[in-house]
Design a protein around this ligand. Structure first.
Ligand code: AHR
Length: 541
C-alpha cells in the first residue's frame, strides 16, 4: 500500500466509487496521483472473441545465437543437449508452451535455400549469413532439425519461404518435401533423410519484409510476385497450406493498399504486419531512463491503432468476406533497444537483455491482443532465444547458462488466457493516451492497461493488469458485470527498478510471485505496485 493512502482509505474510497454506475464514461475522472485508485469494470457478458493461443507465438531466425548456440548446440556439444537441442532451453519452452514457431527468418528467409539444410550434416553447404554479421553457417540446423524442435516443444511449425532470392519452384518443392506422404521423389528423399512421416506443415510465409530485406519491392511488385508464387503453394497429402503474405512495416497503409490493389487472385490467408517498439533506440536495455521508457511504452497505443486500422483496411477490400477471412497477424513485434557492441561480440548479433520494463512492454502488447482478439489471427514476438525481446538468454554459443527472461515470465502470466474468450473492460480512471505519439517526442507515462477473458461456459475469469508507471502505485477496484466473483488468486511480476533483469549471476531475480487479492462486496480488490504485470484468476458464481 502506498504511503499516501492507507488501506482503510482505499477501502472507503473503493466503496464510494462502487456506487457509481460503473458502465460509466459519465463518472467524473479523478486526477491521477502518485497512488491512484483505479476502477476497472469487466463486462463479462460482452464478448470480443477467442484468445487464440497463437497470439503467444514465437520466432526463431538464423541470427546471432538464436538458432546456432542458442536452441541448437549440436549433438557433440559439452552443453547438455537432447539430440543437439539445448536441453535447458527445450525444458523451459516446453513448460511455457509455444503454440507456433516461425523459422528461418526474418531477413534470413529470403536468402535461405532449403536444400542447403537437408541430408547428411557433414556434407551440407556452408553459407554466409549476409544479413546478420557475415559469419559462415554450416547448415546443420535445417528443416528436419527445425521440425524436430517443434515436436519436442509442442509448437506448430511455420516456415517462411524465400521470395526475394528464391523461385516459385523452390517453394513448391519445399512444401512437397515436407507434406507429401509418399510416392514422389521428394517424399522419398525426406524418408531417406530420416522422416518417413510427412511433416504436415500448415503455415507458409510467402516472403518476409519484401518492402525491405526481402527484395526492396514496391507493394504492387510484391503483389505480382505473391500471385505467381501462390499458384504453386499447394495442398499435399491433405495438408492445406495457410499462406501468409508479407505485410506492412508498422501501420503503413500504403503497403497494404498497394498489395491488395495488386491482387486479382491468389488471395492470402493472412497478412503479417511487423511492428517493433523501438523507442528511438536511445538506451541500452539495462540503462533506460524513465522518459525513454515512457516514450517506448507509449507505442503500444500505436500498435493497437495499427491493428484496428489495418483490419478495417483489409475488410474494406473484402477481406472479411468470401469463404475465408483474411487474417491479420503481427508477425514480428517487441521492443528493440540499443544494443552494445560488446554484448554482440560476446553473445551474438542483436543479443539483448530483458528487464522489468521489457516485461511491462510484453504485458502491454499481450493486453492489446486480448482487447483486439476479434481482429487478430497470430502474433509472434521477436525472437525466442537471445535475439531482441527474447524469452531465454544464453551466454554465447559456448556458455552453459540459460536464463528465463522477464519477457518469459510475462508470457507465462498471460498463459491462462489461451483458449478463453476475451471480454470488454473499462478503466474510467485511466487517462487516455496522447494521440499521435511521435518517435522521440517526450511522452507521458502510459495508463493502467487491462484485459480480461472468461472460460466458456463461465467459471473462470482471468484479468491481466499492467501498471506501466515508474512513479505511481495503484489500487485496483474491479467490478464484474454479468457474473459475480466468488474467490480470486493473483500472481505478479514486479520490481521497483525498471532496469532490473535476470542475469547469469542472478537468474531468478524476477519471477512471478503470489500476490494478495480480496473479493469483497462483489468486487475484486488488490494493490498494483508501479512497474508490474499481474494476473488475477477469479472463480465466478
Ligand atoms: O528480427 C530481426 C529482423 O527484423 C528480421 O530479420 C526482420 O524481418 C526484421 O526487420
Amino acid at each position: 500500500m502506498n504511503s499516501s493512502m492507507t488501506r482503510r482509505q482505499f477501502v472507503i474510497g473503493a466503496a464510494t466509487v462502487s456506487s457509481y454506475a460503473l458502465a460509466a464514461r459519465q463518472v467524473p475522472m479523478p486526477t491521477t496521483s502518485s497512488s491512484a485508485l483505479q476502477r476497472v469494470l469487466v463486462r463479462a457478458d460482452d464478448e470480443i472473441g477467442l484468445v487464440r493461443p497463437e497470439f503467444h507465438g514465437h520466432f526463431a531466425e538464423h541470427l546471432g545465437s538464436c538458432v546456432y548456440g542458442g536452441l541448437w548446440v549440436g549433438p557433440n556439444s559439452k552443453i547438455p543437449n537432447t539430440n543437439g537441442y539445448r536441453t535447458q532451453a527445450v525444458n523451459y519452452l516446453k513448460e511455457l508452451g509455444v503454440p507456433v514457431l516461425r523459422w528461418p527468418g526474418g531477413c534470413y528467409a529470403d536468402d535461405y535455400h532449403w536444400r542447403d539444410g537437408i541430408g547428411p550434416r557433414e556434407s551440407r553447404r556452408k553459407t554466409v549469413n549476409i544479413h546478420w554479421g557475415g559469419y559462415v553457417e554450416d547448415g546443420s540446423f535445417g528443416t528436419h532439425e527445425f521440425i524436430g524442435l517443434c515436436r519436442l516443444i509442442g509448437a506448430e511449425p511455420y516456415l517462411a519461404g524465400n521470395v526475394g532470392s528464391g523461385t516459385p519452384e523452390e517453394l513448391r518443392n519445399w512444401i512437397e518435401y515436407c507434406n507429401q506422404p509418399s510416392g514422389s521423389t521428394l517424399a522419398e528423399e525426406r524418408a531417406k533423410n530420416g522422416s518417413p512421416e510427412p511433416f504436415r506443415v500448415k503455415y507458409w510465409g510467402v516472403g518476409n519484409e519484401n518492402w525491405g530485406c526481402g527484395g526492396n519491392m514496391r507493394p504492387e511488385v510484391y503483389a505480382d510476385h505473391f500471385r505467381r508464387f501462390a499458384v504453386y503453394v499447394r495442398e499435399f497429402g491433405g495438408t492445406r497450406p495457410f499462406m501468409i503474405a508479407s505485410g506492412p512495416n508498422g501501420n503503413d497503409a500504403r503497403w497494404t493498399r498497394g498489395f491488395l490493389d495488386g491482387l486479382t487472385g491468389g488471395r492470402p490467408d493472412a497478412i503479417g504486419m511487423h511492428f517493433y517498439e523501438g523507442g528511438g533506440f536511445v538506451d541500452v536495455a539495462t540503462n533506460f531512463t524513465v522518459e525513454h521508457m515512457n516514450a517506448q511504452l507509449a507505442q503500444y497505443q500505436l500498435v493497437e491503432d495499427a491493428i484496428i486500422q489495418q483490419r478495417a483496411l483489409i475488410d474494406g477490400y473484402g477481406g472479411n468476406r468470401g469463404p475465408r477471412r483474411i487474417g491479420l497477424m503481427l508477425d514480428e513485434w517487441g521492443v528493440w533497444d540499443r544494443i552494445p557492441a560488446e554484448d554482440e561480440r560476446k553473445y551474438g548479433k542483436l543479443w539483448m537483455q530483458s528487464t522489468m520494463r521489457s516485461a511491462v512492454a510484453a504485458g502491454l502488447g499481450l493486453n492489446v491482443f486480448n482487447r483486439q482478439a476479434d481482429k487478430l489471427y497470430m502474433c509472434n514476438i521477436a525472437q525466442i532465444v537471445n535475439v531482441l525481446q527474447s524469452l531465454l538468454l544464453t551466454d554465447g554459443p559456448e556458455g552453459e547458462h540459460c536464463v528465463r527472461t522477464t519477457t518469459y515470465h510475462a508470457f507465462s502470466l498471460f498463459k491462462p488466457h489461451r483458449g478463453k474468450t476475451a471480454v470488454r473492460t473499462e478503466t474510467p480512471d485511466a487517462p487516455a493516451m496522447q494521440p499521435g505519439f511521435v518517435r522521440g517526442a517526450p511522452a507521458g507515462p502510459s495508463p493502467l492497461s487491462v484485459s480480461a477473458s472468461i472460460s466458456k461456459p463461465g467459471g473462470e475469469l482471468v484479468l491481466s493488469l499492467v501498471n506501466p508507471r515508474a512513479d505511481a502505485d495503484m489500487q485496483i477496484d474491479c467490478t464484474l458485470r454479468g457474473t459475480s466473483p466468488k474467490s480470486a488468486t493473483a500472481q505478479i511480476l514486479h520490481d521497483n527498478d525498471l532496469n532490473a533483469a535476470n542475469t547469469f549471476d542472478q537468474p531468478d531475480r524476477l519471477t512471478p510471485k503470489s500476490h494478495p487479492v480480496r473479493v469483497e462486496g462483489g468486487r475484486v480488490l488488490l494493490d498494483l505496485p508501479r512497474l508490474s504485470v499481474a494476473t488475477v484468476t477469479v472463480q465466478t458464481a
